[in-house]
Design a protein around this ligand. Structure first.
Ligand code: 5AD
Ligand code: SF4
Length: 487
């Protein structure tokens, strides 16, 4: 939110405005009255807790939920013994759903102890009709359910929820609406995610995201740039541009523009020090992007480039639009153009029909590309996706064995590759005080690797020169040299 809204000045005598975000401001103002009443009756502010599951996109959505709750007047807490608890759910793999079901039982215990307590669920899992049916059937104590497309409506839905009992459900199938200028409560003062697009059009055959997050839509570049300028004014030095497939940014804008063009514009923002982005689909990664990265002083030396499988046969069945050789060639091209770049990836094992030979192709790509880090997953069947209906689902014990083999190769290759940087001087953004070791800070290098180094707490938020003294596989130990920016 760029300008401060005076919620006290909003006229609540008339009907709510039809236009967003004014409509939500109106409901925030109404909920503030409820908070005032609560304070008068209970002698304390109501407490709210936002629990995030899943990816960076969800984390950013959770910051928006927290921002709205804070403006309403809730005291934000990390304890789930709050008066309002909201789970922003994920459904990319079944274990994400299971976690939510497991936690709900515990939440119900809290609710029995606190007569004011309301429980809300939102996010990706709520866009799945079967999950909502199950909640209606077995978790009737949930008060509010909404999805990914109407997350901006929290204040409006809460206004109803606070004034009546029973489960309120508001789910949209899709939307082309992007609501700007809502409050955000950022987790870190010095770095922030920035959505550049929502949804996904790729329909990888295993993936539920296009069904739960809807069609791809890009934010207007002027809105993105305005948000980043405002974040920089508030002290942010690093931003992460977020989208399911940032490389297809801007294709459907009234005035189309490429992701590389957007990056060039973001680079021009004075005071911004670092630019990250997530996620890149290999099929859409352009030479123009590589060139922009190569010439940039601000874009971090990191590409997250999901491989998913090294088998050309499986990649076709996965609907990924590249093959093994094209992926390797792309990774080599990137490494040649930007030698200090880290390439990280996502890999799935146990996709339907995966043979030992297919799996060996995956191992082969890991050997050849030498990822600095890889997130490895066991295939999880998602109802409604094409892969769920495929024959030859891989037995769990086979998938688990392959997973272990893949993980040990990833660890070995990453360790070898990451060791190459020991002894070098790196710029690290100090992000937090290390909770395990006194006098140590944790930060990230441009290439996204974590570094634990010695230093006082007031360096948090600063770029620091650090000498890497030891590689621990996926992270480093470093020696603090000096501060590189003045705060
Ligand atoms: N099973 C396992 N992993 C999956 N991913 C997406 N869908 C599934 C699934 N059904 C992984 C992909 C993606 C990451 C975010 O999650 O590797 O890149
Ligand atoms: Fe899922 Fe593929 Fe879209 Fe990523 S690009 S969100 S894996 S469908």
């Amino acid at each position: 939110m760029d300008q401060k809204i005076d919620f006290e000045a909003i006229d609540l005598t008339g009907p709510p405005p039809g236009q967003e975000p004014d409509r939500q401001y109106y409901f925030i103002a109404r909920c503030r009255l409820w908070v005032r009443e609560f304070l008068e009756k209970q002698g304390r502010l109501p407490r709210a807790c936002v629990v995030n599951y899943g990816c960076q996109m969800n984390a950013r959505d959770s910051e928006k939920l927290a921002g709205i709750l804070k403006e309403i007047g809730y005291d934000l807490t990390e304890s789930e013994e709050a008066d309002f608890v909201i789970y922003n759910t994920c459904t990319v793999r079944d274990n994400a759903n299971q976690k939510v079901y497991g936690r709900l039982g515990y939440l119900n215990g809290n609710k029995k102890k606190n007569p004011h307590m309301k429980i809300a669920l939102c996010g990706c899992m709520m866009q799945e009709p079967s999950a909502v049916e199950k909640i209606k059937r077995s978790y009737g104590f949930v008060d509010l359910i909404f999805g990914t497309h109407n997350i901006f409506k929290l204040a409006e839905l809460l206004d109803v929820c606070l004034r009546q009992d029973g489960m309120i459900i508001d789910l949209w199938e899709d939307t082309d609406q992007i609501v700007e200028a809502l409050p955000v409560d950022r987790k870190y003062p010095f770095k922030s995610g920035v959505n550049i697009m929502f949804g996904c059009n790729n329909f990888c055959s295993y993936c539920i995201v296009p069904y739960v997050r809807g069609r791809e839509r890009s934010r207007k570049p002027e809105d993105i740039l305005k948000e980043i300028r405002s974040l920089v004014d508030q002290g942010v030095v690093e931003i992460m541009l977020l989208g399911q497939n940032v490389n297809s940014y801007g294709k459907n804008l009234p005035e189309p523009m490429t992701f590389a063009q957007l990056l060039t514009e973001v680079e021009g923002i004075r005071g911004l020090k670092r630019i990250r982005f997530m996620t890149s689909h290999p099929k859409d990664l352009s030479d123009q992007l590589i060139q922009v990265m190569q010439n940039s002083k601000k874009i971090c030396r990191h590409l997250h480039l999901p491989l998913q499988s090294g088998s050309s046969r499986l990649l076709k069945l996965m609907n990924r639009h590249y093959d093994k050789e094209q992926y390797i060639a792309l990774a080599q091209k990137i490494r040649k153009a930007i030698p200090d770049i880290a390439i990280t990836t996502d890999i799935i094992v146990g996709f339907p029909g995966e043979t030992e030979e297919d799996f060996k192709d995956t191992l082969d790509v890991v050997e050849k590309v030498q990822f600095e880090n890889a997130f490895t997953f066991i295939y999880s069947k998602r109802t409604g996706t094409p892969a769920a209906a495929m024959a030859d689902q891989v037995p769990p014990e086979v998938a688990h064995r392959r997973f272990d083999r893949l993980l040990s190769l990833v660890q070995e290759t990453a360790k070898r590759r990451n060791a190459l940087l020991v002894g070098t001087k790196q710029t690290v953004l100090a992000e937090e005080v290390n909770s395990h070791e006194n006098g140590m800070l944790t930060g990230r290098m441009s290439n996204n690797a974590l570094v634990h180094f010695n230093g006082p707490a007031d360096l948090v938020g600063s770029l620091c020169a650090v000498r890497l003294t030891e590689s621990k596989g996926f992270y480093y130990i470093g020696q603090y040299l000096q501060q590189e920016d003045e705060k």
